[in-house]
Design a protein around this ligand. Sequence first.
Ligand code: EPZ
Length: 421
Amino acid sequence: MDKFVINGGNRLKGTLSVSGAKNASLPLMAAALLAPGKHEISNVPELRDVRTMAHLLRITGAKVELLDHTLFMDTEPCTFWEAPYELVKTMRASIYVLGPLLARFGKARVSLPGGCAWGPRPVDLHLMGMEKLGANLELSGGYINAEAKQLHGARINFKIQSVGATGNIMMAAVLAKGTTLLQNAAAEPEMAALADYLNAMGAKIHGAGTDRIEIEGVSELKPANFRNIPDRIEAGTLLVAAAITGSELTLNNLRVDHIEAVIDTLEQAGYTLKAAENSVTLSSTGRPLPVDIRTAPFPGFPTDMQAQWIALMSLADGSCTITDTIYHDRFTHVAELKRLGADIQVEGNTAFVRGANKLQGAPVMSTDLRASACLILAGLAAEGRTDLSRVYHIDRGYERIEQRLRSIGAEIWREDEPMQT
Ligand code: EPZ
């Protein structure tokens, strides 16, 4: 297992290009199953989760190659409609193949995803939607066994907005007989990107990117090429890296309209942000001001930026509260931050943060993807050395992050970590 070693305290300076979106790549890859033939998706990040989804597609029979950030896929040879536990347990998003496999083969056998570092993550909304579309589902042996001679249109109202369920049901509905209406759908940009790709294949989807999506079923889809959207969470994370180190940073190749809540919150914390359509420059003028946040579905402040915000507020000139309304127990990063000297108390789904004058480097451990990002940010700002273990978590969602941070002046490198005895 690798670890990162960080010598904190450096000011950063320069320009970085934002990678393609992890959380769009994964449903986009699954969607290719719906149209047998050759697909190319560009601007795809080289990440562990992308490689896991590629492996999953190969199990169904597809050919998948990722060369220089472009996926070359051939889904003509797909014959197998199963997603095994061994893969699904490593990545929840594997469940995105359920809808496409069911729509293409009339059946699917997909392992139920387990929980994750911060608690249970149910899939009841995915299953409810599939049943509304006419699927027969049976849960046995830890697997979802689904069958549907012919999926049919339906009106589906989600009791809560779910990105995964919205994407999965959208993909199942595109080949259903009749029209499907999704209400209280997830409005995240990744869903709009998925709909754009499906429409490029011949689907008829209207309203994606809002909470009301209409899908008119078609009889078949044709393979298509597509350019993935930028990763709004990586962009937000890099902006916080500049903020927490008192630096000036320009980001290119991003969609500013995808991270307006993060930009507004950074401005409230006292940072200056100059934004054009696809680039933004952040400059710092001192310690951040304390800013309370409550996470919310898009376009609100993203839960995937909650840990990064707590890291920044750990050094704020005052106290604030950070409430996660999406995942009530997504605070595994707090105990590690406290090892660096942060003053944080968690009660229920709210962290009470009292800003410290400084953080002190120390050995800390990653527990999940965004907690790892948070600890890198804190390590960049802390005085002295921080050793961050289990960085395989970070490799799931940030491509070559240590090399890119080094390129703008951070002292961070990867070291082999002897297995803990
Ligand atoms: C996606 O996960 C993202 N992952 C997550 O990012 C992100 O945190 C999450 O959306 C929320 O924005 C990918 O896109 C691969 P949800 P997803 O279904 O789809 C509840 C990262 O760090 N829920 O929108 O699994 C759920 O418990 C990852 O990149 C149900 O109750 O999230 C949560 O409280 C972490 N039943 C809320 O809905 C369901 O059937 C939102 O979850 C599904 C979800």
